[in-house]
Design a protein around this ligand. Structure first.
Ligand code: SAH
Ligand code: SF4
Length: 374
């Protein structure tokens, strides 16, 4: 079967060129054609010998993902639904701001972690995406947007990537790392490692591996100051409890001492938004000695969750308490909610193979005043 070159980072492409008896520097030429120029046809690659182009056309393809739908929000946010076959589809969101363009990429069709407040989690899990399917989201967005945004020569549409779409990226590690390497590679997307963020629910051993293999910016979805509550919101906590997670966060920063961890915290009415819980978070990160920022995400509701968004004043008060303890805290702006593109609203199409609803029913929520929120 022909190799899809979107699956290969520099190392993979070099080995591929080697296997065709071609010089290794051909790999960087190919990367530039594919990722910088958006080529998907070998005939376009004018500085490659015709014989090499003909050979490539026989053994390789550059196969993007078919777009099922594209929606543009009034605020400039764009959401694509991509077909990944067998009834599955994943979502990708572009969020333009004054000084940057952030692309939120999916790593799996569904997610097996099953967080109570996440609509992807409620859909269950079908399969991991391949490297090529992860990269194809960036490839498509960058080249589709370039034409539309009236960019100057050399300017990029996507300046930042966050692995915050559907899926738990650290449960798809083998495909994730080459995709990250392509994002960082100067011959491909050339993003600095601080502009590429992996967001995780806390897969501890994989946080350690990422530190060694490809230390990009790390966001950790914390959502609760204690294990009892976190167990009920983020089920993976029962395997990797908070103290182990914070230990992995500290080790991650040992490899990158000028960095910090971003803790994401989804604000759920009456569940995790009390003043005492903010104070408990302060104690927690101080005693674990993890340099961090907090990003509070107003919960984006969906019918099956049975949860509500914290009122604005409570979110602001919660942020203030963290800030008073000298922790930099931001409240995430909700973008693209008119097209269901906000955090946790990405649902795509998932052929669940994990009976997620049975699992969710078995775990009660045990937060502050949880009975009123259930
Ligand atoms: N699986 C990874 C990355 C994808 S989720 C993770 O959990 O970190 C990206 C972020 O969106 C996470 O912080 C997640 O907690 C948050 N999120 C999920 N559902 C949400 C919802 N309904 N409202 C607001 N944020 C949500
Ligand atoms: Fe998976 Fe992240 Fe959603 Fe949890 S919040 S179910 S880990 S995608």
């Amino acid at each position: 079967m022909a190799a899809n070159l979107l699956d290969l980072d520099l190392e993979g492409l070099t080995a591929f060129c080697d296997s065709l008896g071609e010089k290794r520097f051909r790999a960087t030429q190919l990367l530039r054609w594919i990722h910088q120029k958006g080529a998907h046809d070998f005939a376009q690659m004018s500085d490659l010998a015709k014989s090499f182009r003909d050979k490539l056309a026989q053994v390789a393809t550059i196969t993007p993902l078919p777009v099922v739908t594209e929606h543009a929000s009034a605020d400039g946010t764009v959401k694509w639904l991509f077909d990944v076959g067998a009834g599955n589809a994943v979502e990708t969101v572009f969020i333009p701001e004054d000084d940057r363009g952030t692309l939120c990429i999916s790593s799996q069709a569904g997610c097996a972690v099953g967080c109570r407040f996440c609509s992807t989690g409620h859909q269950g899990f079908s399969r991991n995406l391949t490297t090529g399917e992860i990269v194809a989201q960036l490839w498509h967005a960058e080249h589709a947007l370039r034409g539309r945004l009236n960019l100057k020569a050399g300017e990029r549409a996507v300046t930042n990537v966050v692995m915050m779409g559907m899926g738990e990226p650290l449960q798809n590690y083998a495909a994730l790392v080459p995709a990250l390497r392509l994002m960082l590679d100067d011959h491909a997307y050339g993003l600095s490692r601080r502009r590429v963020t992996v967001s995780t629910s806390g897969i501890v051993p994989m946080i350690d591996r990422l530190r060694d293999d490809c230390p990009v910016a790390l966001a950790v979805s914390l959502h609760a100051p204690d294990d009892a509550l976190r167990d009920s919101l983020v089920p993976i906590n029962r395997k990797y409890p908070i103290d182990e997670l914070l230990g992995a966060c500290r080790r991650y920063l040992d490899a990158a001492p000028r960095d910090f961890i971003t803790f994401e915290y989804c604000m759920l009415d009456g569940v995790n938004d009390a003043a005492g819980q903010a104070d408990a978070l302060v104690r927690l990160v101080r005693s674990a000695r993890v340099p961090c920022k907090f990003n509070l995400i107003p919960f984006n509701p969906f019918p099956e969750s049975g949860l509500r968004r914290s009122p604005r004043e409570r979110i602001v008060a919660f942020a203030q308490r963290l800030q008073d303890a000298a922790i930099v805290t931001t409240i995430r702006k909700t973008r693209g909610d008119d097209i269901d593109a906000a955090c946790g609203q990405l649902a795509g199409e998932v052929r669940d193979r994990t009976r997620v609803h049975e699992r969710l029913r078995r775990i009660p929520v045990v937060g502050e005043r949880a009975s009123s929120a259930a």
